[in-house]
Design a protein around this ligand. Structure first.
Ligand code: UD1
Ligand code: MG
Length: 451
């Protein structure tokens, strides 16, 4: 059966106290909305419809940045979850499969859980995802008779008996598209909130003799984000799960709680990560690498055997071949370093390529920016860049070439050449001693003048 995703993301999220629409607040470097879309993507959907409202353009942009085929429809007035799904109707015209409704502010539903819902759909017209919550929580209540879900009652509309039920509605619902829209047509907004409730389709389905059920998942999956405090909790939950996955995958985290991962971080087996390492989005570290303490990586690829840090900063476009070493206080950006290249201390390598086994000395800077444009530095293989070399781009350094320490290189260096680009040294005999004498006398005179 083909699947379409409908992701509800029109709400304002008042309790976030933010100019940013709630679903665009980030967890592990990706908007909450993208987490929900990723979860849904595991079902290989034929169509994805996001229902936006507050901050519509920004939501549309974020949704389509993740999936350019996503259709984003606007719910101008937020008249309830049922109304929101109805707004998606036109975008699903001609679609004959199942619809799964997810919430943009419920980022952690797991692919296995969604698969279990698809399985349960075989014997049921409507499948709802539930979870166990504390009786004090104000979620909608799932009223069950055996395996049959007889109703979902919103907390505001529930009697004390129903409020005592702890099996709660996550909001995730699965039904055949045409059935879902027919059921929604039969709902109304005569309830405590005056809204069209998606949840009301269950009772309508029952009245039509359709089979309805709910399956259960861990509450951690259905955790919704309504405030900054929830956002911080969600981040913590994501991080602890992602760290545990890396440990299980054979990655050593010396102090797991201090390593921060992104939603898409990939780390190979037998890599060791020291404390206080931060991974921004789009980082892959291959096997048997060593990421030392206090390093910050984003948009970078570290191949097998890389040694990074301590205190290294790999910025987007960093592409390191096997056995590359990037040491302390080194920043790389848009830099391709070939096998065995080393940049061990205090350097900036940006908009550059560095050949195999080349050694970049301490304090080297690729001067890539002229104040208006960026320029490229190309360094060959087996080259030696002396400490404190300024490579004023655009510039090319050949294979087996050297630069003298302190050089300001403004011209290309051919293969095998040594570039000396600094002032000649002149030694003046005894001049230092004379200078010291002069200065000390001056200081003494000044001290006397103050008396
Ligand atoms: C909803 C459920 C409740 C469930 C709870 C789980 C209904 C009527 N109630 O309640 O049973 O326990 O979620 O968190 O469905 N949205 C729109 N347009 C709207 C209204 C909502 O897009 O007009 C979106 C919101 O942005 C949000 C989601 O739908 O992502 C849920 O809406 P929310 O107002 O939080 O519903 P709850 O009252 O929490
Ligand atoms: Mg809610």
């Amino acid at each position: 059966m083909s699947i379409a995703l409908v992701i509800l993301a029109a709400g304002k999220g008042t309790r976030m106290n933010s100019d940013l629409p709630k679903v665009l607040h980030q967890i592990a470097g990706a908007p909450m909305l993208v987490h929900a879309m990723k979860a849904g993507a595991s079902l290989d959907p034929e169509r994805t419809v996001v229902v936006g409202g507050h901050g519509f353009e920004a939501v549309q942009k974020a949704a389509q940045a993740y999936d350019e085929d996503a259709v984003v429809v606007e719910q101008v007035e937020q008249n309830g979850t049922g109304h929101a799904v109805m707004v998606a109707r036109d975008a699903l015209a001609g679609f004959a499969g199942d619809v799964i409704v997810l919430y943009g502010d419920t980022p952690f539903v797991q692919p296995e859980t969604l698969s279990r819902m698809v399985e349960a759909r075989k014997d049921n017209a409507v499948v709802v995802l539930g979870f166990e919550a504390d009786a004090s929580e104000k979620y909608g209540r799932l009223v069950m008779e055996g395996d049959t879900l007889t109703a979902i009652t919103e907390y505001a509309d529930a009697s004390d008996d129903v409020r005592a039920i702890t099996f709660c509605n996550s909001g995730v619902m699965l039904a055949k598209a045409d059935v879902l829209f027919d059921l929604l047509d039969a709902t109304n907004n005569e309830n405590a909130s005056g809204e069209y409730y998606l949840t009301d389709v269950v009772e309508v389905a029952r009245s039509k003799g359709l089979a309805t059920t709910a399956i259960s998942c861990d509450a951690a999956e259905t955790m919704g984000v309504n405030s900054r405090a929830h956002l911080a909790e969600a981040e913590a939950a994501f991080q602890s799960r992602a760290r545990a996955e890396l440990l299980a995958d054979g990655v050593t985290l010396v102090d797991p709680n201090t390593v921060w991962l992104s939603h898409d971080t990939v780390v190979g087996r037998d890599t060791i990560i020291e404390p206080n390492v931060f991974f921004g989005p789009e980082v892959t570290v291959e096997s048997a690498s060593y990421i030392r303490a206090f390093s910050h990586l984003e948009g970078a690829h570290v191949s097998r055997g890389g040694v990074i840090g301590p205190y290294a900063r790999l910025r987007p476009g960093t592409e390191l071949a096997e056995d590359v070493k990037i040491g302390n206080f080194v920043e790389t950006k848009n830099a391709i370093l070939d096998t065995g290249a080393k940049v061990n201390h205090l350097s900036y390598i940006g908009d550059a390529t560095v050949g195999e086994k080349t050694n970049i000395g301490a304090g080297t800077i690729t001067c890539n920016y002229d104040g208006v444009m960026k320029h490229k530095t190309t360094i060959g293989k087996d080259a030696f860049i002396g400490s404190n070399t300024m490579l004023v781009a655009p510039v090319t350094v050949g294979d087996d070439a050297m630069t003298a320490s302190g050089s300001v290189v403004t011209k290309d260096i051919e293969d095998g050449a040594l570039a000396l680009a600094r002032a000649q040294q002149v030694n003046k005999p005894n001049m230092a001693r004379k200078l010291f004498e002069m200065l000390k006398t001056k200081k003494a005179l000044m001290a006397k003048g103050k008396e």
